[in-house]
Ligand binder design. Structure first.
Ligand SMILES: C[S@@+](CC[C@H](N)C(=O)[O-])C[C@H]1O[C@@H](n2cnc3c(N)ncnc32)[C@H](O)[C@@H]1O
Length: 388
C-alpha cells in the first residue's frame, strides 16, 4: 500500500521500533481496557514486542495490517487496522482518550478504507464493536458502514452484546439519473421522513415584497414554490433542473401557474432574463467552491438592481466538517474514476460562513444568515440596497 496516507489533519504510516512508548501510552485508556483489553500494554517492553510483531506482519499475506495514526504535528494518537476473519476482512481503530471528540477516528477510517480495500482487493469490509461502544458505532455510521447484526456474539474471547457492521462503497450516480429514479417518492421523503415543512415556510417568509419573476435553481418538484404561489399567485417562475421527471412532477403540481421549465444544468445554461428573485433550495450542496462562485456571479448578473437571492440548503457547522465532506467526495470521485466537474450526486456541504464569503465575492452588496438549523442554513443576499 502506498504510504503515508495523507488526510486533512493527520496521516497514516507504518510502525517503526521507536514507537513502543507511544503505543503503550495510547493503549492505557479506559475505553481500551473496557472494550479491547488484549490490546492494553502495561509496559514499554510489552508494547515493543507487539510493535515488532506488527512490523513483521507487513510482509505477510493474511496477517493483521496495523498502521499508526499520526497528527500532522507528529503526535501519534492511535491506529487503524485491517485483520483477516473467516469470511473476509474486518477493520478496526483506536484513538487514545486525550485525542477523542475531535473527529480524528472518522477522518482516519475514511482515509484508510478505500486504500486498504484497494490493497486487499476487497469489495466489502466488516467491522465489529461492542454494542455499548457508542462512539465507535458513530464513527462507523459516519464512514458509511451499515449495521448488519446486533445481538449476542463472540467478542475478544467472550460472549457479549455486539454490533456487526459492513461497508460496500456505493456506485456514484449521475445527478439526473439519481433524481429521476427518486422523483416518485421525493415529496413524501422530504415532508414525511425529513419533516421539512417548517423549512419551506421559512423560505416563503424570506420574500416579503411581491415577486414578479422568480428564477428557481434545482427546482425539483417545486416544494419551495407551494407557499410562494399562495402568497404571490401571479408570480412567473423560471425553473431549472437536470431531472426531467422531477420537472414533470412540478408541472403537475401547479396547473394554471406561469411556468417556464428548463431541463438543463444551471451551471451551464444561460438564464436569459431579468429576475427580481432567485431561489435555490437543497440543490447547491453538490458543487465545489469554484463552481459555486461562478454560479453566484451568474445569479448576480441575472438579478435586477433590487433583486434578492435566497439560499436554503444543507450546510455543516464547522470547517472540519466541510473539509471532511470535500475529502470524502474527492476520494469517491477518484475511486470511481469520475472527473471533477462531472455532475454526479455527491454531497459537498459548506459552512454558512463559506457560502457568505462566496456570495459576497460574487458581488452581492448585502448578505445575511437568517436561519440556521443543525444541518441547514437560510441566507438572503441582496444585489444592492439595504435590508429593511
Ligand atoms: C434535493 S432536490 C431539491 C429540489 C427542490 N428545490 C426542493 O427543495 O425540494 C435537488 C434538485 O436539484 C437538481 N439539480 C442538481 N444539480 C443540478 C444542476 N447542476 N442543474 C440543475 N438542477 C440540478 C436535482 O435534479 C434535484 O431535482
Amino acid at each position: 500500500m502506498r504510504l503515508p496516507i495523507i488526510a486533512h489533519r493527520l496521516y497514516i504510516a507504518k510502525f517503526d521500533e521507536t514507537m513502543a512508548a507511544s503505543v503503550r501510552e495510547n493503549s492505557l485508556d479506559e475505553d481500551n481496557r473496557r472494550f479491547i483489553p488484549d490490546e492494553v500494554f502495561e509496559t514499554v517492553e510489552d508494547a515493543r514486542k507487539a510493535v515488532s510483531a506488527l512490523i513483521a506482519f507487513y510482509a505477510q499475506k493474511d496477517a493483521p495490517q496495523v498502521y499508526p495514526v499520526i497528527l500532522r504535528d507528529g503526535r501519534h494518537i492511535g491506529h487503524v487496522q485491517a485483520y483477516p476473519i473467516k469470511n473476509g476482512w474486518e477493520i478496526g481503530y483506536h484513538v487514545a482518550k486525550p485525542f477523542t471528540g475531535n473527529g480524528y477516528a472518522t477522518e482516519a477510517v475514511s482515509a484508510f478504507l478505500p486504500r486498504i480495500m484497494e490493497q486487499l482487493g476487497l469489495t466489502q469490509i466488516f467491522a465489529l464493536c461492542h454494542a455499548e461502544n457508542r462512539a465507535s458505532r458513530r464513527v462507523l455510521t459516519k464512514c458509511g458502514f451499515s449495521l448488519a447484526y446486533e445481538g449476542m456474539g463472540a467478542y475478544h474471547g467472550k460472549e457479549e452484546f455486539i454490533c456487526r457492521y459492513e461497508y460496500r462503497p456505493s456506485k456514484l450516480e449521475k445527478m439526473d439519473a439519481f433524481f429521476n429514479a427518486r422523483a416518485e417518492i421525493y415529496d413524501s421523503h422530504m415532508l414525511g421522513d425529513l419533516k421539512l415543512e417548517g423549512f419551506y415556510k421559512a423560505i416563503t417568509a424570506c420574500f416579503d415584497t411581491p415577486v414578479n419573476h422568480l428564477l428557481d435553481l434545482g427546482c425539483g418538484t417545486g416544494l419551495e414554490l407551494v407557499g410562494l404561489f399562495e402568497k404571490y399567485p401571479h408570480m412567473q417562475v423560471t425553473g431549472v433542473d437536470v431531472s426531467s421527471i422531477m420537472l414533470e412532477q412540478l408541472r403537475a403540481k401547479f396547473p394554471g401557474r406561469s411556468l417556464r421549465l428548463i431541463c438543463d444544468s444551471y451551471l451551464e445554461v444561460d438564464f436569459g432574463g431579468s429576475f427580481d428573485g432567485v431561489l435555490s433550495t437543497y440543490s447547491l450542496h453538490h458543487f465545489s467552491e469554484k463552481e459555486k462562485l461562478a454560479l453566484y456571479r451568474k445569479i448576480h448578473a441575472a438579478l435586477q438592481g433590487e433583486g434578492i437571492f435566497v439560499f436554503g440548503d444543507y450546510t455543516v457547522s464547522t470547517i472540519e466538517g466541510q473539509q471532511e465532506a470535500l475529502d470524502a467526495s474527492r476520494r469517491k470521485r477518484q475511486e470511481q474514476g469520475v472527473a471533477e466537474g462531472e455532475c454526479y450526486h455527491l454531497d459537498i456541504p459548506l459552512t454558512p460562513e463559506t457560502e457568505l464569503r462566496l456570495i459576497r465575492a460574487a458581488g452581492f452588496a448585502e448578505t445575511q444568515i437568517v436561519r440556521q438549523w443543525e444541518n441547514a442554513s437560510l441566507i438572503i443576499a441582496r444585489k444592492s440596497g439595504s435590508f429593511r
